[in-house]
Design a protein around this ligand. Structure first.
Ligand SMILES: Cc1ncc(C[n+]2csc(CCOP(=O)(O)OP(=O)(O)O)c2C)c(N)n1
Ligand SMILES: [Mg+2]
Length: 339
């Protein structure tokens, strides 16, 4: 296999693992096994794999609320991810973070964040630390098009440019912020121009072309490592509703069909076959990934809930006194009242 094909093959696998994981996240919900109903699937956004593969092992990142795909592409264990989403003890944060607050310092995941734009400044802070410590590391902030309307992004881009920080801002433009189409939320869709106004290298690329995403990200991350921060917007389509409960009544069937036809996996598969890959070989890869994710789903379902007496572990600073559980306080009040 040529180097080009090898890379596309690896990217296709990453993307298949993202989609396959997200399908199991959806299944967790249907089986009433998820902790909460606000599960945001990144199906249609698998092109992010191109960015993740362009990062080095010691690079770090933050994600928004739709970050499962980014984390699994980074090498997260699907069983531990699904356990976290199910609120189980074997999860990455022992079940206390869930889908929208998953984090793992070992893999450089500085945290998902449910506040639109909320994780952007954290990535800039990490980049500032790398620069001050003279470490050749880059931090990447992943966020949605909704964050393009948040002030924190502009404060962050300004400081990144001013202090020449090793950071890349990545906007995943999936065309929607909840039920609002991006062109109803922003006056100027040329997001790259906004970044350039701050002195950053700014680009918009087709997010369904994973090779193009990878090539662009590799250059941008390389420049960031030299102190030239960048902004990359990848254009794609959110295949399903905002969260698992949303049936997208605000979109028509034609639009959804056209959006889903722009499938990053379909594009990569066609290209691999044009370059000589066999359909059967790709089908076998898909089946192998599906089996991996099925096993991860079952492991997550079988995992135990965290014991009640560990409720306050990991969520308060170790030197802080632990709060008294509500039940203990209620009992104290009741016995006081009935004395
Ligand atoms: C500051 C803030 N405002 C509003 C919300 C409610 N909210 C949650 S997700 C979301 C849409 C975000 O859209 P986008 O950034 O494009 O991400 P996507 O859901 O498309 O991945 C909104 C408005 C929030 N979480 N935080
Ligand atoms: Mg969006």
């Amino acid at each position: 296999m040529s180097a080009d094909n090898k890379l596309l093959h690896a990217l296709y696998r990453d993307m298949r693992r993202i989609r396959s994981l997200e399908e199991r996240v959806s299944e967790l919900f249907v089986r009433s096994e998820s902790a909460g109903s606000m599960l945001h699937l990144s199906i249609g956004e698998e092109g992010v794999a191109g960015i993740v593969r362009a990062m080095d092992n010691l690079d770090s990142f933050t994600t928004h609320h739709r970050g499962h795909g980014i984390f699994v592409a980074r090498g997260a264990e699907p069983a531990r991810m699904l356990a976290e989403i199910a609120g189980k003890a074997d999860g990455y944060c022992r079940g206390k973070g869930g889908s929208m607050h998953i984090a793992d310092m070992g893999l450089g995941h500085l945290g998902a964040n449910a506040i639109v734009g909320g994780g952007i400044a954290h990535a800039v802070g990490a980049a500032l630390a790398y620069k001050r410590k003279k470490q050749p590391r880059v931090s990447v902030a992943f966020f949605g098009d909704g964050a393009m309307q948040q002030g924190i992004l502009y404060e962050s881009m300004n400081l990144a440019a001013l202090w020449s920080l090793p950071v890349v801002f990545v906007c995943i433009n999936n065309q929607y912020g909840m039920g609002t189409r991006v062109d109803r939320a922003t006056a100027n869709l040329a997001f790259d121009e906004r970044a350039r106004a701050f002195g950053l290298d700014g680009m918009i690329v087709d997010g369904t072309d994973v090779e193009l995403v990878h090539e662009t990200a590799e250059r941008m991350i390389g420049n960031a490592r030299q102190g030239r921060p960048g902004f990359l917007s990848i254009t794609c389509y959110r295949f399903y509703g905002h969260a698992r409960m949303d049936k997208s009544p605000y979109r028509d069937a034609d639009e959804e069909a056209a959006g889903r036809a722009r499938d990053p996996l379909g594009k990569a598969r066609t290209r691999l076959i044009e370059r000589g890959a066999k359909a059967a070989e790709l089908d076998a890869l898909d089946a192998e990934v599906a089996a991996e994710m099925d096993a991860a789903l079952e492991a997550a379902v079988q995992s135990a809930l965290p014991p009640v007496d560990t409720m306050f572990e990991d969520v308060f600073a170790p030197d802080q006194p632990k709060p008294t559980p509500l039940r203990t306080r209620l009992n104290a009040m009741l016995s006081e009242a009935t004395r």
